[in-house]
Design a protein around this ligand. Structure first.
Ligand code: GCW
Length: 653
C-alpha cells in the first residue's frame, strides 16, 4: 500500500548519474542541518553511497546580504551543483528548489531565489475532536477524539511538504477556539504541542496557536478578560512565560476577536488596539507575535435595515487604528471585504493601512469554492489580488503595499487557511493539491504565473506527455472562471446553502442575519454600495478606484452586482444584458464541466489509476452540482424578470 507521502509532489527523487554525493561545509548540529541530511538521499535518489571525492551537490553557508535570511542561489559546476545561502533554512529551501528545477526540467543556472513575502503562513481550522471547520479532506492530522493523534511521521511528512514550497509559519488550531483548545496554552497541552512544534522547527516552520481572548476567564478563572485590567495583563504575562519555558521557539498567537460570537475587547468597551497591544506586550520579551484578524463584523444584522453593510466593517473598524498597534502586532486581512467568495473586490484596507504590520489572508480550503469536490484552482484569483493596483501611494500594488506599508517589513506577508486532512492524498480531490502547492509557491514568488505554478505541480505529480499535460493544465487554469460561471454571476456571492456553503440556495441567506444579500426583485439585482445612493462602501477605496466602482458604466462587469443594483436589461460592457449574461454563463459553466470530464478521460492512460478515479468521481459530482446551479439560477431569474433566453435554451419555469 502506498504511503500517504507517496501521493505528493515530493514523491519523485531525482535520479541522475551526475548526482552522486554531497557534503555540507558547515556541519553545525542544528535541527535544520539534520533535516537536510535526511532529505538529501530522499530527494536525490541517485546519490551514490560510494562517497566519491567530487561532490555533486555542495551546500555552502555564505554571507551574501542580497540573499536575506531565507534566499538561496544554485549554480551548476563541472562536478555538479552548488547551493549557497546565509542560513541553514535557506539551504533547505535550496535543496527543495534544486529538486523542483531538475524534475521540472527548468534548469537555468545560476538560479537565485529570494522570497517576496516574509510571512508565508498556513492557518489550520482543526478542532481537538478531530473535525476541521471547513475541512473537506477527512479528519485532522493533528487531533482525534479530544486527544493528540500522535502520528509524528505524518506530521513530519506534512512539514516537509510545507517547507518544500516555502511555508515558514503554521497555526495548528481553529480560530474559533472551543472548550478544550482554550487550554492549549497550559502546560499539560503544551508538552504535546511542543512535539509537533519540534518537527516544524526542524523544517524551518514557526508554530502558532489560536487563542480564546476570554482565556483569563475560561482558563484563568478571573472574573474579566478586560485588556486594560492589570490582573488580566499579568495573567497573560505569566501564561506566555509558561509557554516559552516549554516551547522556546514559539511563534505567537492568532486571534479572532469580537467576530461570529467569539469574545473580544468590545465586551469591555475597549478597542481592538487595546486588545492586541495588551497581548503584544506580554509576548514581546520572547520575540513573539500577535496575529490579529480583521474579520470582524456584525453577524446579527437585520436584513430590513439597508444602512448596514458588512463589506464596510473591516475598514470602518481598523482604518482608524492605523499606526496604533504595537510593533509586534500583525493585522491579518482577508483578501476581500466579505468572505472568501469566488469573486469579490479586493479589501479596501490594502494600501489604506500605511503604518501597520499586515498579512493578507487567503483561503486554500474550498469553503465557498466547491468543497474540494469541484475543481477550482485558486491561484489565478490570488494573483489578481496580489497584482491589484490600489492606487494608494508609491507602493500601490497589493503585493507591495502589504510589505512596504508594514513598519517592520519582516512582519508582513501572506497567510491562508489550509486544506489538508487525513485523506490519503491529503486534499480529498487530488487536483486541490495544486492550490496548496500553488499558495506556497506564489507566496514565495509573487511573479510566478498561474500557468507556471500549475505546470510545476503537474510535472511533480504525474508523468504526462506534453499533450496530456496541456489538457490537465487547461482544466486547472480555467476552473476558477468555470466555478464562477455557474455559481456567482457578476459577483453576487452567497447564493449557496446556508451553513454548509455547498450547493445552490439563492435566497438561503436573503432574509438572514449574516449581511450577505443580493436584493433580487422583479426589476433587477445587486447591492447598491455607491456613495451616491447606496451604503457608501465605494468611498473606502482610493479616489481613483472609488470613481471606477462608483460609476455604473466604469465598474468592471465582473464586479457590477457587488457595487450596483441594476435592471435585468442593463447592458454590460460586454454588450450583453445582465439577464442574458446570467443565462449564458450558467449554460457555459455546465458545458465546461462536461469538457473537463472528456479531457480527463482522454488522458486516463497517462495517469495512475488512483488519481484518475479520484478526480473522475468528483467531476461526475461536479457536473450534477453545476447542472443544479444552472437550472435553479436560471429559473429563479427567469421567474423574477419574466425575460426569456435569447438563445431559446431550456429554462424551467
Ligand atoms: O468563512 C467564514 C467561515 C467560518 C470561519 C470564518 C473565519 C473559522 O464560514 O467557518 O470561522 O470565516 O474566517 O473566522
Amino acid at each position: 500500500m502506498l504511503e500517504k507521502r507517496d501521493l505528493c509532489w515530493l514523491l519523485k527523487p531525482v535520479s541522475r548519474d551526475e548526482i552522486k554525493t554531497w557534503f555540507m561545509e558547515d556541519r553545525n548540529n542544528s535541527r535544520i542541518t539534520r533535516t537536510i541530511e535526511g532529505e538529501m538521499p530522499r530527494l536525490f535518489y541517485g546519490i551514490s553511497r560510494s562517497q566519491k571525492d567530487n561532490a555533486s551537490i555542495v551546500l555552502i553557508l555564505t554571507d551574501d546580504g542580497s540573499l536575506g535570511d531565507e534566499g538561496y542561489s544554485i549554480d551548476q559546476k563541472e562536478s555538479g551543483y552548488e547551493i549557497k545561502s546565509n542560513t541553514q533554512k535557506g539551504l533547505l529551501y535550496g535543496i527543495f528548489g534544486l529538486h523542483r528545477l531538475l524534475l521540472g526540467k527548468k534548469e537555468r543556472f545560476p538560479y537565485v531565489s529570494i522570497p517576496d513575502q516574509n510571512y508565508r503562513m498556513i492557518n489550520h481550522w482543526d478542532n481537538f475532536d478531530g473535525t476541521i471547520e471547513r475541512g473537506y479532506s477527512g479528519r485532522s492530522i493533528f487531533y482525534d477524539h479530544n486527544a493528540f493523534r500522535g502520528d509524528m511521521e505524518l506530521i513530519r511528512q506534512y512539514a516537509r511538504l510545507l517547507a518544500s514550497v516555502g511555508i515558514n509559519a503554521v497555526s495548528i488550531n481553529n480560530v474559533n477556539v472551543r472548550k478544550y483548545e482554550r487550554f492549549f496554552i497550559t502546560a499539560e497541552y503544551l508538552k504535546e504541542i511542543k512535539k509537533i512544534g519540534d518537527i516544524f522547527t526542524a523544517y524551518g516552520i514557526q508554530l502558532f496557536l489560536a487563542i480564546d481572548f476570554a482565556a483569563p476567564i475560561s482558563v484563568g478563572k478571573l472574573s474579566t478578560a478586560d485588556p486594560l485590567c492589570p490582573d488580566v495583563a499579568s495573567w497573560w504575562k505569566h501564561t506566555v512565560e509558561d509557554i516559552y519555558r516549554i516551547i522556546p521557539d514559539f511563534g505567537g498567537f492568532v486571534v479572532k476577536a469580537d467576530s461570529e460570537h467569539e469574545p473580544g475587547p468590545f465586551t469591555y468597551g475597549r478597542s481592538h488596539g487595546d486588545g492586541a497591544n495588551m497581548l503584544a506586550k506580554a509576548i514581546r520579551p520572547f520575540g513573539g507575535i500577535i496575529v490579529w484578524r480583521c474579520f470582524v463584523y456584525d453577524c446579527t444584522q437585520d436584513w430590513r435595515d439597508r444602512s448596514l453593510d458588512r463589506a464596510r466593517a473591516a475598514y470602518d473598524l481598523f482604518h482608524e487604528l492605523d499606526g496604533e498597534f504595537d510593533e509586534n502586532v500583525i493585522l491579518q486581512i482577508k483578501n476581500g471585504p466579505i468572505d472568501f467568495q469566488i469573486r469579490e473586490p479586493v479589501s479596501p484596507l490594502f494600501g489604506a493601512l500605511k503604518e501597520t504590520n499586515q498579512i493578507l489572508e487567503f483561503q486554500i480550503t474550498q469553503e465557498y469554492t466547491g468543497h474540494q469536490i469541484d475543481i477550482c484552482y485558486l491561484v489565478p484569483m490570488w494573483k489578481e489580488t496580489l497584482d491589484f493596483d490600489t492606487r494608494h501611494g508609491a507602493s500601490s500594488l497589493v503585493k507591495e503595499a502589504i510589505r512596504q506599508y508594514s513598519p517592520d517589513q519582516k512582519l508582513s506577508g501572506l497567510c491562508a487557511v489550509g486544506n489538508v486532512g487525513m485523506d490519503r492524498n491529503w486534499t480529498g480531490n487530488k487536483m486541490a493539491q495544486a492550490n496548496w502547492y500553488g499558495y506556497g509557491r506564489l507566496a514565495w514568488d509573487n511573479d510566478l504565473t498561474s500557468e507556471e505554478i500549475a505546470k510545476e505541480w503537474l510535472d511533480l505529480s504525474f508523468e504526462l506527455t506534453e499533450d496530456a499535460r496541456e489538457k490537465a493544465l487547461s482544466i486547472l487554469i480555467t476552473s476558477r472562471d468555470t466555478y464562477e460561471d455557474y455559481t456567482c454571476p457578476l459577483a453576487v456571492g452567497f447564493m449557496c446553502k446556508p451553513g454548509i456553503h455547498y450547493g445552490c440556495d439563492i435566497d438561503g441567506y436573503e432574509y438572514d442575519q449574516w449581511g450577505t444579500y443580493h436584493y433580487a426583485d422583479r426589476e433587477g439585482v445587486g447591492r447598491d454600495r455607491t456613495a451616491a445612493t447606496g451604503t457608501g462602501f465605494t468611498k473606502q477605496y482610493s479616489p481613483r478606484i472609488y470613481q471606477e466602482y462608483e460609476d455604473i458604466n466604469a465598474c468592471p462587469d465582473k464586479l457590477l452586482l457587488f457595487f450596483h443594483h441594476v435592471p435585468y436589461t442593463h447592458v454590460l460592457q460586454s454588450g450583453k444584458t445582465v439577464i442574458q449574461h446570467i443565462y449564458d454563463t450558467h449554460f457555459d459553466g455546465v458545458e465546461k464541466v462536461k469538457e473537463y470530464q472528456a479531457r480527463w478521460e482522454s488522458i486516463q492512460d497517462e495517469l495512475d489509476e488512483e488519481s484518475y478515479q479520484n478526480v473522475k468521481e468528483r467531476l461526475d459530482y461536479q457536473l450534477k452540482h453545476a447542472v443544479e446551479w444552472r437550472d435553479q439560477i436560471n429559473t429563479y431569474f427567469y421567474r423574477k424578470s419574466g425575460i426569456g433566453d435569447e438563445a431559446g435554451r431550456t429554462i424551467y419555469n
